[in-house]
Design a protein around this ligand. Structure first.
Ligand SMILES: [Zn+2]
Length: 366
């Protein structure tokens, strides 16, 4: 039987945390990584109802799209909103993993699945992910070159795509004049020294920068190593949030809405726009994703598909001539959770895995 940690690692690979929104709280959020899993339930949200289902069904793990403890709980005692859910799960030994926006945005994730259901081609991220990075340039004497470069590589600098330990080295000449209070590693204080040095250059991601500089300073033998850190133009790293694609043939908005009603099993899908307007390019962001409206406009979309949006954002879309299709938060994401259940079952055929049967859209229509 796989452990919670093994399943969490598989989910981390499928929906990498780097794709999650910065404000998000994703990954293994509750439980013992070493405990074994035989029964696993997926759901959109851990509520009292879905938590009770998992406990009654003897699950050891829940994979819930929306994170538990999202707003920073202050207490987990019973009769508190978070406590009523988390405490019974903890007592039953049930772990909770939440992939959330990493699952929205990963290859084969919810937004990709929606693009497939809408029959889109040429699908790409609506908001491509860019990574801030830096160039570290450090000047070392001959004797330090290997030590300093090894330290930088070990701290995670020098990675370009699938290549690691990337650096550029240029031999040159450095000068210095050490005051009376100095203790130069090479040469002597009180006179101008001319020494042969290397200019060593490596790229470094923003999150590794502090560690790389610390490692460089520790490995460098100079009292005051000379180094520069240059910010680089943020680079596209592949992937990103939301999706945009096009239909092979334009379709009337009213037809598209009818398709969405069938495909997402929603009786009446609200929409913004003229029923007869032609739609070819469609932007997608599952859940409550009005924040992507300006990305959709910028990308030249004819229609924006999301779960729910604020009234004033709908007016903005209308004013810009962008159609909006709103099948509801639940409808845009619940199918993804069901697909995730199938995926996990394929990976772990010996386990009992199911999407919550009690979970339903809190919104109803007469
Ligand atoms: Zn959601």
């Amino acid at each position: 039987m796989p452990s919670v940690a093994t399943i969490a690692a598989d989910l981390d690979r499928f929906a990498p945390r780097a794709l999650a929104a910065e404000w998000d709280n994703v990954g293994l959020l509750l439980g013992d990584p070493q405990s074994e899993v035989q029964r696993l339930m997926t759901c959109l949200t851990v509520t009292r109802s879905t938590a009770a289902e998992a406990i009654e069904a003897g699950a050891q793990m829940i994979v819930s799209h929306h994170p538990i403890l999202f707003r920073g709980a202050k207490k987990l005692s019973l009769n508190s909103p978070d406590g009523d859910i988390v405490w019974p799960l903890a007592r039953a030994g049930i772990a909770v993993y939440s992939p959330h926006t990493a699952f929205d945005n990963c290859a084969g994730g919810i937004n990709d699945q929606i693009a497939e259901r809408l029959g889109l081609i040429d699908v790409r991220p609506l908001r491509p992910k860019r990574q801030a990075s830096f160039k570290i340039v450090v000047f070392t004497p001959d004797a330090d070159l290997a030590k300093v470069s090894d330290a930088l590589f070990q701290a995670g600098a020098g990675i370009i795509g699938q290549y690691s330990q990337c650096s550029y080295r240029l031999a040159g000449t450095g000068t210095f004049f050490g005051s009376d209070s100095t203790n130069p590693t090479v040469g002597v204080k009180g006179q101008r020294e001319v020494v042969s040095e290397w200019r060593l250059e490596v790229v470094c991601s923003a999150e590794k920068l502090d560690g790389a500089l610390r490692a460089m300073r520790t490995a460098h033998s100079y009292e005051e190593p000379a180094y520069d850190v240059y910010p680089l133009q943020p680079s596209l790293v592949g992937g990103g949030e939301g999706r945009i694609g096009r239909r092979s043939q334009p379709v009337k908005l009213v037809q598209l809405v009818e398709e969405v009603e069938k495909e997402f099993a929603v009786a009446h899908v609200p929409f913004v726009g003229d029923q007869a307007q032609s739609v070819s390019k469609i932007a997608i962001a599952c859940g409550a994703a009005g924040e992507f409206l300006s990305d959709a406009v910028r990308a030249g979309a004819d229609a924006f598909f999301t779960g729910e949006m604020r009234y004033h954002d709908l007016l903005t879309a209308e004013a810009k001539g962008l159609a909006v299709i709103l099948p509801g938060h639940h409808a845009t994401e619940r199918l993804g959770v069901e697909r995730l259940s199938e995926r996990l079952q394929t990976t772990w055929p010996g386990l009992t895995i199911w999407p919550s049967r009690r979970e339903s859209d809190p919104l109803s229509f007469r």
